[in-house]
Design a protein around this ligand. Sequence first.
Ligand SMILES: N[C@@H](CCC(=O)N[C@@H](CS)C(=O)NCC(=O)O)C(=O)O
Length: 261
Amino acid sequence: MLTIWGRSNSLNVQKVLWCCEELSLGYKRIDAGGPFGVVNTPRYLSLNPNGLVPTIEDDGLVLWESNVIVRYLAAKHAAGSMWPEDLRVRAEADRWMDWSNTTFWPALRILFLGLVRTAPEKRDPQALEQSRLKTAEVLRIVDAHLATHEYLAGSALTMGDIALGCGAWRWMALPIERPPLSNVQRWFDLLAQRTAYRTFVMPAAELRVRKISTSRRCVSPCMVETSSGKSRRLAGSPPSRRAIQSVLPSSFGSESCAGRR
Ligand SMILES: N[C@@H](CCC(=O)N[C@@H](CS)C(=O)NCC(=O)O)C(=O)O
C-alpha cells in the first residue's frame, strides 16, 4: 500500500493527494510536518533527510520532492493521460512543473507567507507589493500560453496542471487585487470543477483540518487517515469568489508551507 507522510494543508502534500485522487489510488496518509512534528525524528530523517513533507513509500521505494512523486505516480498509473506518452506533450507538462517551483512559487511565496503567516504589524508592505506584482507578471506568461491551450499541456489535465494548480489556488484565494487574466481564470475555473481539486486543494481541506484540530483529534503526530475516508469530500459546485473571500484570511491562517524549498 502506498504511504504518504505529510499534513494535508501543505501545498506540496496537496499535489500528491490531488494526484492520488485523480488516479483513484488507495493510500495511507500519516500526518507529519508543521504542528505534527515527525519530520525531525531519526526514523523520518532516514526516509527524507531534508526533514520536509511530502515523502512517500511505495512497494519499498521511498521518494521525496513533490513534483517527482507526482511524476512517478502519474507515470506508473496514468501513462498516456496524466503522464503524457507523447514526448512533446510530456515535455510541456514537465516544463510547467519545473516553472511552478522555480518561477511561480518563488514569486508568490513572500506575499503568501506575509499575508497568511505574518502578524500585520510585522509585514513589509513593500515586499508584499513587489511579490504581488511579480506574481501577476509571471502569470501573464501562463495566461498567454492558456490562450491556445485548454490545460497547460494541451486538451486534458496532466501532471503539469497539478503542480501549478496548487499554487494557483493560493493566488486566487488571497484577499488581494489581481489583474484580470481571463485565460488563467478559465483554467482555474476548470480545475475548480474537479472534486479532487476542491477536496484536497481548496480551503475546505484546511477548514476540515482546523475543525478536527479544534476537537483535539489531530494532536497525535501519527494520526493515520486512509483514502477510504472519501465521505469527507465536499459536494456541490465550486465556491463563488465571494465565498472564497469570506473564508480568508482566517482559514489560511491554519495553513503553511514552512518556507523551506
Ligand atoms: N521541494 C520540496 C519542498 C518541500 C517543502 O518545502 N515542504 C514544506 C511544506 S509545503 C515543509 O515540509 N515544511 C516543513 C513542515 O511542514 O514541517 C517538495 O516539493 O517536496
